[in-house]
Design a protein around this ligand. Structure first.
Ligand code: FAD
Length: 471
């Protein structure tokens, strides 16, 4: 049986390969970089642990827990410390805890009394039309009021998408909010009533899902997948050209000066959308893929700093803090990494991870690492009362970090759907299509594995013994 070629060895591609292997379908992961993992990478230095990009995974679906179990990594998984549940939002340069109950909500200085009263009106506000595509800013202003947009949703959007709330689309980027409004005519009522449905499906809302990493950071997951897949992974393998060969495919593999062709039964594209648009694919013109090149991926810098505990006035008793744009700070937010997971800093020290840039300030990540550290130290001094200089620093910059599901993104998804229809055996998965979080990518890799299995069962006579699985 010819292998399935998986282009891109990030978490999506690796999860898909793992799924196929579990179902006895050969696959080869072709990764352009010298290592797999994509934006997931961890280093440990001088007793500190720093993540280059993502820090934790939300366990929103049993698919995620099953991957960890099937890789034999349950013993190394660390759920975030219960005391790190608290989240802060900054207002007037002070970190305020996000209220966890109705009483806390009434007491919090994060929102004015008029904003609180405005929220009570939410269940009585009429739903928008089903086909209305609003930005998240328009939607929240309409349902919850301006202050809630500025001091709750704007910072949240910065934390998830590093995006612009005036451009991100509700049905595309926050489909669950869109459905809540359509189904229950109220977000508040929908939160309460929707809980029963989620319980039935085993899904967990992002607000209540458990967060986890591993004893040695998220790299453990990548190492586990790599060890399992072994020789099915080829690194330094840049793919530019796909060809058709009978019912199957030929993937042209460039490795330095060496160019080889691999015959395969199907091809999965698990790469960012602009990388898909750069491929030569038979039957699909560059013009058809042009919208994929246009997707906005703003840059993000991740700055991990260590400090002596005694130099930080704030108790760091939580997950981290998010920063509204109105606060005019450089950072989008900060994670209190050593409060979230143990052994992220030596005894008596703490680690804080900050993100800068995004759609809010795309010019910032172009600055030098030293300048970025300086900006972060200034912000942390203002909000968390940090006095000394960092005892540890690590800076990583992603020039194209996270795809923005802006108003009109449905067109991008249609292009990917059409590609699959026009070129049978070609599949597209990952961040640009199925959601921007790690959990979304794991689910995407798992689901596309099932779709490939079904395709092969229907089209490849040698794979006739393969079972068709529920999509
Ligand atoms: C700074 C940052 C922080 C984040 N924090 C979090 C977080 O805390 N929690 C969370 O849930 N999510 C987080 N995310 C999002 C999450 O990391 C991504 O959604 C996820 O890692 C995407 O995985 P992927 O496999 O789809 O893509 P990628 O990781 O981008 O992998 C794609 C791979 O394809 C390879 N490739 C590209 N072109 C080619 C080609 N032509 N041939 C061969 N290979 C190619 C690339 O080298 C890369 O390895 C963060 C993202 C960033 C950037």
């Amino acid at each position: 049986m010819k292998p399935v070629a998986i282009i891109g060895g990030g978490i999506t591609g690796l999860t898909a390969a793992f799924y196929l292997k579990q179902n006895h379908i050969p696959a080869v992961v072709l990764e352009a970089a010298e290592r797999v993992g994509g934006v997931i990478q961890t280093i440990r230095r001088n007793g500190y642990l720093a993540e280059y990009g993502p820090n934790s995974i939300l366990e929103t679906s049993p698919v995620i827990a099953n991957l960890v179990r099937d890789l034999g990594l349950e013993g190394r998984r660390l759920y975030s410390e219960p005391r790190a549940e608290k989240r802060y939002i900054v207002r007037d340069k002070k970190a305020h805890a996000v209220p966890g109950s109705a009483v806390d909500f009434l007491r919090t200085p994060l929102f004015s009394m008029s904003a609180k009263m405005r929220l009570l009106a939410e269940p009585f506000i009429r739903s928008g039309a089903e086909d209305l595509e609003e930005s998240i800013a328009q939607f929240v202003e309409r349902r919850l009021g301006r202050e809630f947009l500025d001091y709750a949703i704007d910072p949240l959007v910065a934390g998830i998408y590093a995006g612009n709330p005036r451009r991100l689309s509700v049905p595309q980027a926050f489909p669950k909010l869109h459905k809540l409004e359509q189904r229950y005519h109220s977000l508040i009522l929908g939160q309460v009533l929707g809980a029963r449905e989620r319980k039935r499906s085993g899904e967990v809302s992002k607000q209540s899902a458990k967060k986890f990493s591993f004893d040695n950071g998220l790299q453990v997951l990548i190492d586990g997948l790599q060890a399992n897949l072994g020789e099915a992974i080829e690194t330094d393998a840049h793919i530019d050209v796909l060809r058709r060969e009978g019912d199957g495919w030929l993937v042209e593999l460039e490795k330095g000066w060496d160019v080889r062709q691999i015959e395969c039964s199907a091809v999965l594209l698990a790469v960012p959308s602009h990388k898909i648009a750069a491929l030569k694919i038979p039957g699909i013109t560059p013009e058809e893929m042009e919208p994929l090149r246009q997707v906005h991926y703003p840059p993000v810098a991740s700055v991990v700093l260590g400090f002596r505990r005694a130099d930080v006035a704030h108790p760091l008793d939580g997950f981290g803090m998010l920063i509204p744009e109105k606060e005019n700070l450089s950072i989008l937010g900060a994670l209190f990494s050593s409060s979230l997971f143990p052994k992220r800093a030596p005894e008596g020290e703490v680690t804080i991870t900050c993100y800068l840039g995004g759609a809010r300030a795309p010019e910032l990540p172009t600055q030098s690492p030293e300048a970025l550290v300086k900006l972060v130290v200034q912000d942390l001094a203002a909000v968390l009362g940090i006095r000394g200089q960092p005892t540890f620093q690590h800076v990583a910059v992603y020039r194209k970090a996270i795809p923005q599901y802006n108003v009109g993104y449905g067109k991008i998804r249609s292009v990917m759907n059409d590609m699959e229809t026009k070129a049978p055996g070609l599949f597209v998965a990952g961040q640009a299509r199925d959601g921007v979080s790690l959990g979304d990518s794991i689910i995407s890799g798992h689901n596309v594995g099932g779709r490939i299995q079904n395709f092969l069962a229907a089209h490849d006579p040698k794979a006739a013994q393969l079972e068709t699985v529920a999509a």
